[in-house]
Write a new protein. Structure first.
Length: 430
């Protein structure tokens, strides 16, 4: 016998909530469903959690076994939903994520509505949204209301609040050659992209009841991705969901070992949490381990070095040592004396000399990299003597807001080439 409702649950590294999401399907008052759990190669903790529910014959489990390096190439949950659709057979389809829970009457209410309204193909409901902290403690909540019949439900109706007839899928495939659009530019809202396709054929009809809960925590894709620029500047420390810290340098990610993290006087507070698909998009570079203290070509940029037998302080940039000529220059760029790393003199001397760093602002002295500059009200981050305009929200995201800015007047500012603004880009669907 064919099931009436297909539920497609996408999962990635949410061991704290994925069990509750699955249980919310098992607890439905309506029993004639099939569940596809599409796991995107989660950590063992998540997979073990899922495995404890696989006894129910209505549950199908798939693991994508995707390599981290491949993650960014498509919007993974859309890819997995498409795979599940091809295997599913329910007359109605509905979607769930690993941090959402259905109310027990959800499937019966929606299926019943479609059963009794043969001219309606898509229904949606109200949703309760809970904002939680990193321990899952609820900080606040609100209701995402229905807003009548919607021809433009994008960014109004959530991924987990709709049900539609299977008959629409054939039409969508006929027109777009796929079901969900898994192009990587849709990472933050592939649901909205799919809603656009659905509404080519029918608007969304409301059912004025709250029938699911969405959890918004600090590790959700949306939270981690908010205001992250498309190009993360060199010198940014980042981490994904796992604790490993990386340094972004020349658009590569370099693992920073714990021991060297301390030796380099890096600060845990500066580590920026980013989504895994974004992290693994950066090609892996030379690790930052103890080898950096013997090989200058491996030494990361934007660190301050002092030899053990001389008082001079150097700024390392592109594997060269730039002598900071005086205290005023040190202060102008807001270098931090607590970040000076003492190394043995011969190692320091093995670095080739770069341009010195002075307070003079002219073409002869390239600006130090990784510094936040302020010209009038515009902020910039420097890299290779180019100033990249940066939005205050991006500075916040990169934990650079609290930093003091190096001031340039308009005339000085004009001396330097400007790069492409560090911006976040989100495709909109309205
Ligand atoms: N997801 C995925 N692969 C990944 C990252 C996320 O399949 O590498 C899925 C995840 O299982 C979830 C969906 O993407 O179903 C949305 O993720 P999340 O809840 O973190 O984002 P948000 O709620 O902020 O959109
Ligand atoms: Mg979510």
């Amino acid at each position: 016998m064919k099931p009436i409702v297909t539920v497609i649950l996408t999962s990635y590294n949410k061991p704290e909530t994925v069990g509750r999401a699955i249980e919310s399907v098992l607890d439905q008052t309506f029993h004639n469903w099939e569940l596809f759990i599409m796991d995107d190669a989660s950590n063992d903790e998540t997979v073990n959690k899922i495995k404890s529910y696989l006894g129910d014959p209505r549950i199908n489990y798939f693991n994508s076994k995707i390599r981290n390096e491949e993650r960014y190439k498509t919007t993974r949950y859309a890819t997995l939903i498409n795979e599940a659709i091809a295997l599913s057979s329910g007359k109605y389809l509905t979607y769930l994520t690993d941090d959402n829970f259905f109310y027990p009457r959800r499937l019966s209410t929606l299926a019943n509505y479609l059963d009794t309204h043969s001219h309606i193909d898509i229904v949606y409901t109200k949703q309760k949204v809970e904002i939680v902290d990193s321990n899952g403690k609820v900080l606040s909540d609100y209701i995402r209301n229905t807003r009548g019949v919607l021809s433009h439900p994008q960014n109004i109706v959530d991924h987990c609040s709709i049900m539609h007839r299977r008959s629409l899928l054939k039409k969508i495939y006929g027109k777009f050659n796929s079901y969900w659009d898994d192009h990587p530019s849709n990472w933050h809202n592939a649901d909205a992209a799919f809603w656009s396709r659905l509404t080519e054929f029918q608007p969304f009809h409301p059912i004025d009841e709250v029938l699911d809960i969405a959890i918004k925590g600090p590790t959700s894709f949306q939270s981690l991705n908010a205001f992250l620029p498309e190009k993360i500047p060199s010198g940014t420390l980042v981490k994904g969901l796992a604790p490993t810290v990386y340094l972004i340098e020349d658009q590569k990610r370099r693992v920073v070992t714990n021991k060297v993290f301390k030796l380099l006087k890096y600060n845990q507070q500066k580590v920026v949490s980013i989504p895994d698909p974004v992290l693994f998009k950066y090609e892996e570079g030379q690790p930052i381990d103890s080898s950096i203290f013997t090989i200058p070509e491996y030494f990361p940029s934007y660190r301050l070095l002092k030899g053990d037998s001389q008082p001079h302080i150097y700024f390392i940039e592109n594997h060269k040592k730039r002598h900071i000529l005086n205290l005023r220059a040190f202060r102008k760029y807001h270098f931090n004396k607590h970040e000076i790393i003492k190394v043995n003199q011969s190692f320091l001397e093995s670095f080739p000399d770069g341009d010195p760093i002075t307070t003079e602002i002219n073409e002869r002295f390239p600006l130090p990299g990784g510094v936040v500059f302020k010209c009038g009200s515009q902020k910039y981050i420097s890299e290779n003597n180019i100033l990249y305009p940066v939005h205050p929200k991006v500075l916040d995201k990169l934990h650079l807001r609290a930093q003091k800015f190096a001031i340039l007047n308009q005339q000085e500012c004009r001396l330097y080439k400007k790069g492409k603004a560090l911006e976040w880009k989100l495709k909109k669907w309205r």
